[in-house]
Design a protein around this ligand. Structure first.
Ligand code: GLC
Length: 424
């Protein structure tokens, strides 16, 4: 056995020498490590690898699952890449990471490999998020936007419309929760990913912009301490005090927030579109077919609800020793075929425009019809090499406001001061 391995290694090395420079990867065998999301319940990532192998039998893609939490994903990748780890070939990267990785020289720029002629099939916002300092660094495979899930059956039982403002949502939730509790049922109004991590930043950005506020304004000024932000955060805090959120919500990741909704004990949920496919899986959901999807509500001073623009792309590590082969898979994973499968299986929002008029994609996700408008009005998070620091300040101070450690005014004033200290 050992001999066989040695012979195999030698053959591989000979191949590597003979084919060094460009063609080597095509001849293989090549092994690539893809640091990706955890597998979805229907193993879409694995299905895509299997399909890729029909075309490229000599390229083996090892799927290595990153931690579930976005902030942990970022830390794990930064630590590994900064220490010179060359076992990571390419990896899933959040839209906010482009300046972080590009500015630290850890990834390849893809200007030549992913030219404008290919970019034009993608939604412009996904290309914008992949671009920094005049170069493109990522190949998008999924876009994202926060949406409001509601229990169709409960709203109709209480004869309530889908709320379009935060006050209306609060009042509707309060009425239904009060009546359901009186009838002896466990019921909460709303949950979202509100523990101290990136998911909370996304929720906070939505609250602020949906009330006419911002974090950094169009001129680049830090503007988190504003009357509009105080107003909306006070309203969310009031909802915490009214116990409309489950008591543990300030330690909820997105999975926890979905779980309470899927158990059937909650009226509303703020989540990403992927929650829809999960809600339709009877193994994990007792609300199959009972959830409607709507735009997020607006605040008392807002003109409309705004989602945070989320989404994911693939970055190619500078340390990869198999860049050409990596690019083959990166292109495959961002192809129409792969995005279509993820959209149908997992309700992932495709980064390619064409799929929004695909009848099978629309049939699997009836709410995709309203998504274009949501995406057009979605707000990107600040674009900065110091994004992780900016986001951490938002998370800490929003939690301070919601758990009562500070007044809302104090928490936002402190967030402003802390953010001003960061070298933008
Ligand atoms: C989703 C979004 C991503 C965001 C993350 C927060 O995965 O696509 O952009 O940062 O949630 O947890």
């Amino acid at each position: 056995m050992r001999k066989r391995i040695i012979v195999f290694v030698m053959i591989t090395m000979i191949f590597a020498v003979v084919f060094a420079g460009g063609a080597r990867e095509e001849k293989g065998p090549v092994e690539l490590n893809w640091y990706a999301h955890q597998s979805t319940f229907n193993n879409t990532q694995e299905q895509i690898i299997a399909e890729f192998n029909k075309e490229y039998p000599n390229i083996q893609v090892n799927l290595i699952e990153l931690p579930e939490n976005t902030t942990d994903k970022l830390q794990a990748l930064l630590i590994a890449l900064r220490s010179g780890d060359n076992s990571i070939d390419f990896f899933n990267a959040d839209v906010t990471w482009t300046p972080v990785f590009a500015a630290s020289g850890l990834i390849e720029n893809l200007d030549e490999k992913f030219p404008a002629s290919e970019q034009k099939a993608f939604l412009p916002s996904t290309i914008d998020a992949a671009t920094y300092d005049g170069h493109v660094w990522g190949i998008p495979f999924r876009t994202d936007a926060g949406v409001l899930y509601y229990r169709k059956d409960l709203l109709s039982k209480y004869n309530k419309p889908v709320p379009t403002t935060w006050e209306e949502l609060k009042d509707t939730a309060l009425e239904i929760v009060t009546a359901e509790k009186a009838a002896g049922n466990e019921m909460y109004g709303l949950a979202g990913s509100m523990k101290q991590y990136e998911g909370l930043t996304c929720n906070a950005v939505e609250w602020f912009y949906s009330n006419g506020g911002s974090v950094i304004d169009e001129k680049g000024n830090i503007n988190i301490n504003s009357p509009n932000n105080v107003e909306i955060l006070s309203l969310i805090r009031e909802m915490v005090e009214l116990e409309l959120f489950p008591s543990g919500v300030l330690s909820y990741g997105s999975g926890d927030a979905r779980a309470s909704m899927f158990q059937g004990n909650q009226v509303f949920l703020r989540a990403w579109p992927k929650a829809y496919a999960l809600s339709m899986n009877p193994d994990n959901s007792s609300v199959v077919d009972l959830l409607g999807v709507a735009e997020l509500p607006k605040g008392p001073n807002g003109t409309r609800g705004h989602s945070t623009l989320g989404g994911w792309q693939l970055f190619l590590s500078k340390n990869s020793t198999n860049k050409e082969a990596s690019l083959k898979f990166m292109k495959f994973y961002s192809s129409e075929y792969a995005m279509r499968l993820h959209a149908i299986n997992d309700s992932y929002l495709p980064a390619r425009r064409s799929l929004y008029s695909d009848s099978e994609v629309l049939a699997a996700n009836p709410f995709f019809g309203m998504i274009e408008d949501v995406l057009t009005n979605a707000v990107p998070r600040p674009k900065s090499p110091f994004y992780a620091e900016i986001s951490a300040i938002i998370q800490v101070e929003v939690q301070n406001a919601l758990n009562g450690n500070k007044t809302v005014e104090q928490a936002l004033a402190d967030a402003q001061t802390e953010m001003e200290k960061i070298d933008k």
